[in-house]
Design a binder for this molecule. Structure first.
Ligand code: NAD
Length: 480
């Protein structure tokens, strides 16, 4: 069985504790690797090596750092098959999704920030008797903490800008899906990334995650994960005046107007609701439909959802694989029971799942569930489920649609489906989410600000926002 190792000071190392956790394949419920349970001693070594590496790494030119990122990006592309298979085994996601989305995007993250840093210029402001220019200096040792749903994709989304802008990094992947982060450390070694520039520590959130957050030598934290964890990180960081970027949960509304292209909308929303088993922070979970087309939309939507294939993630035709863990499956099932208690009518979800010889009845499979007849403020419509469960709801007019969508503690992403252009812009302006997609979903341009409002987070990732986050601005004024 593969023993995953930490990556500290350029080398693969077992944890100081010599303790390990099981890494489980969600499609079979079998352990396939062991995850190091890192502790304070591992963190001390990682921070010491990052501090030692910082002067040289931050002293390189942007182009020199970019060259390392490009080497890593190319190695990710060269190892696409191995990485995609590992991601699928670790998360339960369909291999096709890992091959076409997760791993290519991890390569793009490294490539994008390799290019972006060479274009990151400082501002200057000329006045009557003076000129100001702003230096953007790397911060020092920073931490990147990522979740389990898009493992390598989100891990590299943080590491790339942190490294590109000259910081040294302590990174912690989720203990639920650590495997591609381990393969990534091997890629960094192969790329010749200088020792200590990136350190990857494995282990649980309450132990090594918390130790990283408590450590005052960590000068900034980029975190993606649950809102409750984000709140803890903010509380610990506030007295240190430490920079934090928090990408948190969502409960994303979709607004469907009678004037939309119904075929494209149904297809788009099936994808938006159930891609990656509904385990994407951006997935639509509350669908609001204009009254006059409600029945038509419902019939077509449910028909397409019932046609989705759920099963063996390594089968090319599988639409949905297994949920990530037994614990998560239980959580999602508890919300299904709750939705029924709250008066929800189940339109589909209890059909049988066909398993083949590569999956077992122990795998964490769940068919996509669609409910209707739920009130907007019930828990099913307000709390993040983060699985294949959506609700269909009715609205009468545009104002009601916007206010139902905004009646939420979250504000991450929304989708609007209409052919009325002024309406699309109007709602785009009024809706309280950091990301608005009109007649599409997950159409991503890495230059754009990415993140949420309200309980969905603090700060933005992407493009220049990420490079600004990972640098400290220093203004210099010269009088003529
Ligand atoms: P989580 O908060 O449980 O864990 C995220 C990471 O934080 C993991 O690496 C975990 O080990 C670590 N962690 C946990 N407790 C910690 C602590 N006390 N101190 C430091 N680190 C700690 O979240 P999860 O269950 O892995 O991920 C699912 C959540 O992530 C969902 O809420 C989802 O919406 C959110 N998410 C948000 C985005 C976004 O971009 N906004 C993207 C993906 C996922």
């Amino acid at each position: 069985m593969e023993m995953i190792a930490n990556y500290i000071n350029g080398e693969l190392k077992p944890p100081h504790s010599a303790d390990y956790l099981d890494d489980v394949n969600p499609a079979t419920a079998e352990t396939f690797a062991k995850i190091p349970l890192s502790d304070e001693e591992d963190l001390k070594s990682a921070i010491a090596s990052a501090e030692k590496a910082f002067p040289d790494w931050s002293g390189l030119s942007a182009k020199e750092r970019a060259n390392y990122l490009m080497k890593i990006s190319n190695l990710i592309k060269d190892n696409l098959e191995e990485l995609a298979l590992a991601e699928s085994i670790d998360t339960g996601k369909p291999i096709q999704l890992a091959k076409t989305v997760d791993i290519p995007r991890a390569a793009s993250n490294m490539e994008f920030f390799a290019h972006a840093i060479t274009q990151f210029s400082s501002e200057s402001h000329a006045g009557k008797d003076s000129i100001n220019y702003t230096l953007r200096k790397p911060i020092g040792v920073v931490a990147c903490i990522s979740p389990w749903n898009l493992p390598l994709y989100l891990f590299t989304w943080k590491i790339a800008p942190a490294l590109a802008s000259g910081n040294c990094v302590i990174a912690k992947p989720s203990e639920i899906t650590p495997y591609t982060a381990y393969l990534f450390s091997k890629i960094c070694i192969e790329a010749g990334l200088p020792k200590g520039v990136l350190n990857i520590l494995h282990g649980t959130g309450p132990e090594i995650g918390n130790a990283i957050v408590q450590n005052k030598k960590v000068k900034a934290i980029s975190f993606t994960g649950g809102t409750a964890t984000g709140r803890k990180i903010a509380e610990i960081s506030a007295p240190m005046f430490r920079k934090v970027s928090l990408e948190l949960g969502g409960k994303n509304p979709a607004l469907v107007f009678a004037d939309c292209n119904l075929d494209k909308t149904v297809e788009g929303l099936v994808r938006a609701s159930f891609t990656n088993q509904g385990e994407i922070c951006l997935c639509a979970s509350r669908i609001y439909i204009e009254e006059s087309i409600y029945d038509d939309f419902k019939t077509r939507f449910v028909e397409k959802v019932k046609a989705l294939t759920v099963g063996n993630p390594s089968n090319q035709n599988t639409n949905m694989g297994a949920l990530v863990s037994a614990q998560h499956l239980e959580k999602v099932k508890s919300y299904i029971a709750l939705a029924k208690e709250e008066g929800g009518k189940l339109l589909c979800g209890e059909e049988a799942i066909e398993l083949d010889e590569h999956t077992t009845k122990n795998g964490y499979f769940l068919r996509p569930h669609v409910f209707e007849n739920l009130s907007n403020h019930c828990r099913t419509n307000q709390e993040e489920i983060f699985g294949p469960v959506v609700s269909l709801n009715i609205f009468k007019n545009e104002n009601e649609a916007t206010s139902l969508a905004n009646e939420s503690e979250y504000g991450l992403a929304s989708t609007i489906w209409t052919n009325n252009l002024p309406r699309a812009h109007r709602i785009g302006n009024q809706i309280e989410t950091g990301i608005v997609w009109i007649n599409c979903w997950m159409n991503r341009d890495l230059r754009t600000p990415f993140g949420g409002m309200k309980n969905s987070g603090l700060g933005r990732e992407g493009g220049l926002e990420a490079l600004r986050f990972f640098t400290e601005p220093k203004n210099i004024c010269i009088q003529f």
